[in-house]
Design a protein around this ligand. Structure first.
Ligand code: MEV
Length: 320
């Protein structure tokens, strides 16, 4: 029997980091996906490989340990945690195909976690729905990262453009927000867990300064929600620029991220900001009518991803 599942990556429009402290956020699933295939092993070992990431490791699932054969460990802790929660430790082969650049800020860990859990549930014939899957995937992210909001795993599970409110209510936008965005990313990868911890420690050292910034980020996200509903792109762009400034205050922007943001704005983007955890990773630029100019400007020094928002969330199947 073969179980297959795939889940989309996401990009955060508003509210990264502040969402960890209960503030609202807006994120959308994009047309880049992680695909996970699970089948019974022909040997007595569990092996995880990813031809796209040039990665192979033997997994000691009972002990959450691995023996690296090839590549960088990166995503493996998420896979081990998912296996530990669901799998009966029988030997399986796990293959990951992904066109989501790892560490690019597009939520590759959430896409891989959601797809792995969905494939495992199918493999073991365990009933699940999107609600339980998003919850379980969030638990995996939390175990690995220490602190995580449910945002990435929610978007990877449900797909579409999602607003997560202060009381963790999920709302799906029913507007057509098919405006052109360009994502720029650097080859320097960010580490989400580390960035979240760094912000936490900055906040603990300077609560009177950082706490109001985090609640302003929440207010900004609520303004952005109204602007998106009205399709008022000029205001969305302006709010993205302010949000980038707040992320600078939190210390998650880097030289490369800011370079991409300013290159995008100089080339005509009406808004540009870091997206995701920062410390490396990616920026998102809103550029109606200026896609080529913005893409060319960013790609002088960094990389470009052409993405579209997608309504397609997780999907899974089993083949007997
Ligand atoms: C990472 O994509 C987004 C953060 O807000 C962390 C999280 O929400 O878990 C930085």
């Amino acid at each position: 029997m073969i179980a297959k599942a795939s889940a989309p990556a996401k990009t955060i429009l508003f509210g990264e980091h502040s969402v960890v402290y209960g503030e609202p956020a807006i994120a959308g699933a994009v047309n880049k996906r992680a695909h996970v295939i699970i089948k019974k092993s022909k040997t007595d070992r569990t092996v995880f490989r990813s031809p796209d990431l040039n990665f192979e490791a033997e997994l000691l699932t009972k002990h959450k340990k691995y023996i690296l054969k090839r590549g960088k460990p990166g995503i493996i802790r998420y896979i081990l945690e998912a296996l530990y929660k669901v799998h009966d430790h029988s030997p399986i082969d796990i293959t990951l195909y992904s066109n989501v650049p790892i560490g690019s800020g597009l939520g590759s860990s959430a896409a891989v976690t959601v797809a792995t859990l969905a494939a495992l549930y199918r493999y073991h014939n365990i009933r699940f729905n999107k609600h339980s899957l998003a919850h379980d995937a969030h638990m995996v992210e939390q175990s690995v990262q220490g602190m995580a909001s449910p945002l990435d795993t929610l978007v990877s599970t449900y797909g579409g453009l999602v607003y997560l409110s202060r009381n963790k209510k999920v709302e799906h936008f029913n507007v057509n927000f098919n405006v052109p965005f360009v994502v720029g990313y650097t080859t320097k990868h960010g580490n989400t867990g580390k960035m979240v911890k760094d912000v936490k420690s900055l906040k603990m050292r300077n609560p009177k300064i950082i706490n109001p910034v985090i609640s302003s980020m929440g207010n900004l996200t609520n303004y952005a929600k109204q602007a998106i509903l009205k399709r008022d792109f000029k205001t969305v762009g302006e709010l993205m620029n302010i949000n980038h400034g707040f992320l600078d205050v939190l210390g998650v922007n880097t030289l490369e991220l800011s370079r991409m943001v300013y290159n995008a704005r100089d080339a005509g983007a009406i808004g540009a900001k870091t997206t995701g955890a920062g410390g490396g990773g990616s920026i998102i630029a809103l550029c109606p009518g200026k896609v080529d100019e913005v893409a060319n400007a960013i790609s002088r020094d960094d990389n470009i991803l052409k993405i579209r928002f997608t309504r397609k969330g997780v999907s899974s199947r089993v083949y007997k």
